[in-house]
Design a protein around this ligand. Structure first.
Ligand code: 0X9
Ligand code: ZN
Length: 430
């Protein structure tokens, strides 16, 4: 994959000095960091990466054919600007945006209902991890006829990897699975919010909206908002831009394995992941050797072996993509490719209808880049899901004022609503 072409210094900047090293005290500060989108104009960005070799740049994206998004430390901003690269500014001060985003909401219940339904104000702000757990517990307690909390195992640091199971009139576990993973990459905060909104709407609207009732009566939903809880907690305590899990390994000075490069399928291929524990896409020492991947694989197979998986979505950010299989090979296509493409196109159209947000769709490897050991390839070929997609949420492609992983809280609700509109279309047509 394109990340393999990075210079060692840039990798160190991206994953060693800032991301992977454990700070001695306090939080990693991004105060005064400026984030830039550098146009790479269809080249592989190698020349630009060479120019950045001496900078402690934090790299955001790996699909560098069109652009390379980087954050530059305040002391290096003038040297960076002296390079006169073709840039647009994503963020004038990443630290200030992280601080604003960190004004977490206060958890509230809906006062107009007697049950403990969380308030829609949940979608006006980001929240602490503990409040996310309360949100799900309260939702499940409010709708005991249609939902329950479950756990699939534990993370490296011993947190439970939990989900919420939703079902309709056929009763618990009677229908094919619709299966969601959120927050596999710790810094992609918008993903938990969007799956929370979809969960909320499925439960709250079930009794009043016939289209929603039809969907929940047809499928069992298994929604895991935080498949990498240790990483997420670390983004809130220590480093907002952390990506991987928090697994330590003997002999490795860097922490963390990319849970989306560790699934035990095509893991052994080269070119779609890193073998360096200090890299953001570190694949692990063996296929499926993280506690998170072990738990998720077992649970996935249990779904496959009961009623089967109709649709799996791995929710990520950012870039606004709907990615169909495969990641491991840019020529390979699933047997139902024509339907995958038609439904992805329909989904993109539906999302765009709401607020004009454009999502690009297509096979993951050829549309974005190659990945080995990713969830969607495993869930397509091993767990035999009919559809297993990655959705990369807002922000998107070419506009400036694009904050990468730190999506302003004002966009939580519109991001969620457009995906909800999309999911209603997809689930009615899949
Ligand atoms: O690299 C990933 O795991 C995903 N992108 S992210 O920026 N959120 O990290 C993309 C996975 C989709 N699969 C392929 N592009 N092959
Ligand atoms: Zn991701």
């Amino acid at each position: 994959m394109k990340v393999s072409g990075l210079t060692a210094a840039l990798l160190l900047g991206a994953t060693g000095a800032l991301a992977s090293a454990t700070p001695k005290v306090g939080k990693v500060s991004y105060d005064g960091y400026k984030a830039y989108r550098i146009a790479t104009s269809g080249k592989d960005a190698a020349a630009i990466k060479d120019k950045l070799a001496s900078f402690a740049a934090v790299q955001f994206n790996f699909d560098t054919q069109e652009h390379l998004d980087v954050a530059i430390a305040p002391e290096e901003v003038s040297a960076f600007e002296a390079l006169s690269l073709p840039t647009t500014i994503m963020s004038e001060d990443l630290g200030a945006e992280i601080a604003t985003e960190g004004n977490f909401g206060v958890y509230e219940k809906n006062v107009s209902t007697s049950a403990a339904v969380p308030s829609l104000t949940w979608f006006d702000a980001y929240h602490a991890y503990a409040d996310h757990i309360t949100f799900f517990n309260d939702l499940a307690a409010s709708f005991p006829q249609n939902s329950e909390i479950f756990t699939v195992g534990s993370s490296f640091q011993g947190r439970s990897i939990f989900g919420i199971h939703l079902w309709g009139s056929g009763g618990k576990g009677s229908k094919p699975a619709v299966y969601f993973h959120g927050t596999v990459h710790a810094r992609e905060w918008i993903t938990a919010k969007v799956v929370e909104y979809i969960t909320y709407k499925l439960l709250v609207d079930y009794s009043t909206d016939t289209a929603v009732k039809a969907i929940l009566d047809k499928y069992d939903f298994y929604i895991l908002p935080f498949v990498n809880p240790d990483g997420f907690v670390y983004t809130q305590s220590t480093n907002r831009l952390w990506r991987k899990n928090r697994q330590t390994r003997s002999g490795a000075s860097c922490v963390g394995t990319d849970v989306n490069r560790n699934w035990p399928y095509k893991w052994e291929l080269t070119g779609g992941a890193s073998t360096n524990p200090c890299d953001e896409t570190y694949k692990g020492a063996a296929a499926g050797d993280t506690p998170e991947n072990k738990a998720l694989t077992n649970f996935t197979l249990s779904l496959a072996n009961s009623k089967g998986i109709k649709l799996y979505i791995d929710w990520h950010s950012y870039g606004q993509y709907i990615l169909t299989p495969y990641g491991y090979n840019c020529q390979a296509r699933p047997a139902n490719q024509a339907r995958q493409n038609a439904l992805a196109q329909g989904l993109a159209n539906k999302i765009r209808e709401k607020y004009g947000t454009r999502f690009t769709y297509g096979p993951a490897c050829s549309t974005l880049y190659a990945t080995t050991g990713d969830s969607t390839d495993y869930i397509t070929d091993v767990a035999k899901a009919e559809f297993a997609w990655t959705i990369e949420l807002r922000p998107g492609g070419s506009s400036s004022g694009n904050n990468g992983f730190v999506l302003p809280a004002a966009q939580i609700l519109p991001s969620s609503v457009e995906q909800w509109e999309g999911m209603k279309y997809l689930l009615a047509n899949v």
